[in-house]
Design a protein around this ligand. Sequence first.
Ligand code: PLP
Length: 383
Amino acid sequence: MNQHMRPEPIPFIDIAAQRRRIGKAIDEAVARVLDHCQFINGPEVTALEKALADYSGAKHVVTCASGTDALLMVLMAKNVGPGDAVLCPSFTFCATGEAVALAGATPVFVDVDEATFNIDVNSLKRGIATAKARGLKPVGVIPVDLFGQSADHDAVAAVAKAEGLFVLDDAAQGFGASFKGRKLGTFGLATATSFFPAKPLGCFGDGGAIFTDDDELANTLRSIRVHGQGSDKYDNVRLGLTGRLDTMQAAVLIEKLKIFDDEIAARNVVADRYARGLGNLVTVPRLAAGCTSVWAQYTIRLPKGTDRDAFAAALKAQGIPTAIYYTRSMHQQTAYRSFPVADGGLPVSERLSEDVISLPMHAYLDEAAQQRVIEAVRGALSS
Ligand SMILES: *Cc1c(COP(=O)(O)O)cnc(C)c1O
């Protein structure tokens, strides 16, 4: 085939476009760090924590080395361990349940809602009963704001309160979104997020943060972040991690946070165009009442009987990348198969794993490129 006939590939996530916009500011910010040489706990780390607290409305922000560490550190701070059950959705990135297992506790997987992909509170209730029936002590729940959309934090909080569970929100994909007008980072005991480059607010490596209003928890997290240090540097008072965010990444994030709201608005424009262009062909994602999304992914469901591999191949031939989040839910993965699932099973998670596919989504996807995606989807479904 003639090379010139091949359409230009569209990037799935366009980090380069953002670089063209704020590359100079970021280069200067990184150069300042290279000059002052405080690569660990430099002034940018404190400045970023302050900026993130202002942005989210959370009282304390503790930055850390990754989103996974953010989850794990909260579980460590709560002394979660063997015999404890922490409930989480199965249809999520593996880090959600992994952090629970790393803490030595048992993740109990629950189902998600078919329309929002977020935790189903009825399944959550069943999962709590399942955990108790197995002799485990339910201590916490980790709702996930999947693909960027806020979970129903009122519904989760009601169940958590009735059962005496703490809520640790996994906002690795949803940071920047809100629920009933309140930003994520302010729900439950604490919120974890990730700054992995492909997340809506990403840095140039690994990074994460924890948000909480709880003074004592914030202090404990700051200790865990540095090997469990106490007030005497050489008397460590608990087990901890090398859990810090680099100063360089903080410098990058300070610049990116300045344009984050603008990028979220642009992602919402892209999502609206997809919904208009594809709504009559496939199941497009819907926002629940009171929820906003930062569209970490734009995930559609293909009509029954569609060959998903053939669909992805047809788009790829047009230069359009796709990705599948997630081909297996956590309870279907080798490392997690032996952990309990809520009574009644997880039929929605299993169905979603079979028919979801994610389309290119980023703040710099222009209308012409997006029209190509829409047309390719149309073509692939009609052939
Ligand atoms: C990315 C992600 C994480 C983990 O973040 P890392 O920074 O990669 O450790 C946790 N939970 C969810 C839902 C994620 O998407």
